[in-house]
Unconditional design. Structure first.
Length: 431
């Protein structure tokens, strides 16, 4: 009996040993099978992480490009390290809005004061499980923006909105083809604004735009451009991809100073020479005629009281710079006798930042660029030309006819106030 128990016990030990042996073999085989999979999984995870970090690095590089362009156009890149041949800036531990560190940015700007600066920006991101850096570099060549086409819209508001009141109308024509009317009536009376809020372009009932309506960057033209009952936009509704630049106007220098220009009631006079005036006033029923090509700079108030006339002789070109205020009372007129809007240009300097109102009942031919002023055409008459202001209002029943010839009028508003644009872009391969 004891011998039988011993045999059974031995058999059980042998069976356990066999099971353990088989288990070890199975586990070894599984380990051999799983190890390559785990290795591949680890490699795939690393590649995914590296790809993600690479995307972050290129985003950082692009941010560096944007920073350099901003400094060149609006800031002061001379505060960066270096000299006129090369400026550099390192941004360490660049953070997201939530405070998470993304990485570092190295920026180099070659020839920062030249006509064609070159920006090289490198974004650097560390991998989480090592000291290895993922770096990507972009290069951008810039060029100076040429003369600006200020009057490429019928109406443009740089800072605020455009309002058309009931029955107001905007269309176009081409003065090089003759007077407005008949076959010389077009649908290029485009209206635009840098503003992007609701109602940035507003049409009251029965107002009409025979052209496009363009709202500011990031806006939704379908909802932010508001159109009243029976009002209509015959062109497209669009939004700007970036803000239209509204540079300041440099006042003319070297003009002969004439003090205060004052013409008394019922008097008449002529102007045939350029000049700078501290104010310009036409008293009731006065009439002044400009008989030669001139540039006038009024640093203070420009005032035309009731029933006065400022006439510009046929064929004469006049440029007026305003630095103070503008008041044109009812029944006054600025008569551009050539009826050519390109012959009368009105510019507002930075100090011309109030309201510019037309209250007269006479037609006007000319182009107005007053980027700091609120421009209101309250006349029941016709405006032929183009207007650029901070904001714009076109009164009920007023009619605005954009002269398409002005779109070709390029002007150096301020030779010192140039602007850099992107000429070419490429990613630089790091070897």
């Amino acid at each position: 009996m004891k011998k039988i128990r011993t045999k059974n016990l031995k058999r059980r030990h042998e069976e356990k040993g066999f099971i353990l042996f088989v288990s070890i073999i199975v586990m070894t085989c599984m380990l051999l099978l799983v190890t390559p999979f785990l290795f591949q999984l680890s490699s795939a995870n690393r590649l995914t992480q590296k790809s993600c970090k690479s995307s972050v690095a290129i985003s950082l590089a692009e941010a560096g490009i944007e920073r350099a362009i901003w400094e060149l156009n609006y800031g002061d890149i001379s505060t960066w390290e270096g000299d006129i041949s090369l400026r550099t800036l390192t941004i360490s531990d660049f953070q997201t809005s939530g405070g998470n560190v993304m990485g570092d940015i190295d920026i180099k700007v070659t020839d920062p004061e030249g006509e064609n600066p070159v920006i090289e920006s490198t974004g650097k991101v560390s991998l989480t499980d090592s000291q290895e850096l993922v770096a990507r570099t972009t290069m951008v060549s810039l060029e100076e923006e040429g003369p600006l086409h200020l009057f490429d819209h019928a109406v443009f508001a740089g800072g605020e909105g455009v309002d058309l009141f009931s029955n107001a109308k905007i269309d176009s024509y081409d003065s090089t083809l003759g007077s407005y009317g008949g076959p010389n009536v077009g649908s290029n009376g485009d209206v635009g604004t840098n503003a992007s809020g609701s109602g940035c372009i507003f049409l009251a009932p029965n107002a009409k735009i025979y052209g496009d309506a363009v709202s500011g960057p990031g806006s939704d033209p379908a909802t932010h451009i508001v159109v009243g009952t029976n009002a209509e936009i015959f062109g497209e509704r669009q939004s700007l991809s970036r803000q239209k630049r509204m540079p300041s106007v440099a006042a003319p220098v070297g003009l002969s100073f004439g003090g205060d220009y004052y013409l008394g009631g019922n008097d008449s006079a002529t102007i045939s020479e350029s000049g700078e005036y501290s104010s310009f006033t036409l008293d009731s029923n006065a009439e002044v005629t400009i008989t030669a090509d001139v540039t006038l700079y009024i640093t203070g108030d420009f005032s035309m009281r009731s029933n006065t006339q400022l006439e510009i002789a046929d064929g004469v070109s006049v440029t007026i710079y305003l630095g103070g205020s503008f008041e044109q009372s009812s029944n006054t007129s600025i008569n551009n006798l050539s009826e050519d809007p390109t012959k009368l240009l009105v510019f507002g300097t930075d100090s011309f930042n109030g309201e510019m109102e037309w209250n007269s009942n006479s037609d006007f031919w000319g182009a107005v660029y007053a980027p700091k002023a609120d421009v209101n055409f309250r006349s029941n008459s016709d405006f032929y030309g183009s207007i650029v202001g901070k904001s714009f209002e076109l009164a009920s029943n007023a009619r605005f006819h954009y002269d398409e010839a002005l779109s070709d009028l390029s002007l150096d508003v301020d030779p010192e106030n140039f602007f850099y644009l992107v000429k070419s872009w490429q990613e630089k391969t790091i070897t």
